[in-house]
Design a protein around this ligand. Structure first.
Ligand code: TMP
Length: 210
């Protein structure tokens, strides 16, 4: 039985979830729990190696199923080395992307069978599901415009995808939200950053610290 709290952050590219995560840390420090933050794909050395293979813009030959399996492999390693130890140690764990990214991107975005992805996610995580998932919703044009404006990194392979693909990803998230409204809570990420941070903080506080 896990003693910690597991929160994942999800959303289309450009929703700002990574900035929100950083801003949440000093606020969450008010609660008497040690914080751990991490990300997928990555978070531990082996999974970061897999991340660089997945996102390498030179890997244009990558097959969709290969891509899925790499995300799943990275997830398994990350689970064993980082997620489970944090939860067993009673930490408040915030993960930037988890199982829903595979459903939204590889399922709805790439068109792979969502049933297969659910099974692979389950296999990789031994059925572990976050206690709460914050879904940062933004329309595709706005998200892509933000990426172009705030670009801190070189173009990666996923940045090269079409607007249609990003639109399908968003629809994927909205569909998960409909199916799992207890676990996944939507945050309107088109609002000013301060407001988005406040809303995310309020959802977490009400759910776990009231
Ligand atoms: P990031 O930019 O949020 O770090 O994520 C890297 C990219 O990987 C992003 O475009 C979303 C994508 N991704 C998937 O397609 N499937 C997955 O399972 C995960 C975790 C991320």
């Amino acid at each position: 039985m896990n003693k910690g709290i597991f929160i994942s952050l999800e959303g289309p590219d450009g929703a700002g979830k990574t900035s929100v995560l950083q801003a949440l840390l000093p606020k969450l420090a008010a609660f008497d729990m040690e914080l751990v933050t991490t990300r997928e794909p990555g978070g531990v050395a082996i999974a970061e190696d897999i991340r660089s293979v997945i996102l390498n813009p030179e890997n244009t030959a990558m097959d969709d199923k290969t891509e899925l399996l790499l995300y799943i492999a990275a997830r398994r390693q990350h689970l064993k080395e980082r997620i489970l130890p944090a939860l067993d140690g009673g930490k408040l764990l915030l993960v930037d992307r988890f199982i829903d990214s595979s459903v939204a991107y590889q399922g709805f975005g790439r068109g792979l069978d969502v049933k297969d992805i659910n099974w692979l996610n389950d296999y990789a995580t031994d059925g572990l599901v976050p206690d709460l998932t914050l879904y940062f919703d933004i329309n595709v044009e706005e998200g892509l415009a933000r990426i172009a404006k705030n670009r801190h990194h070189d173009v990666d392979r996923l940045d090269m995808e079409t607007v249609d693909m990003h639109e399908r990803v968003r629809q994927g998230y909205l569909s998960i939200l409909e199916q799992d409204p207890e676990r996944m809570v939507k945050v309107d990420a088109s609002h000013p950053l301060e407001q988005v941070i406040e809303e995310a903080f309020s959802i977490i506080s009400k759910r776990f610290f009231k």
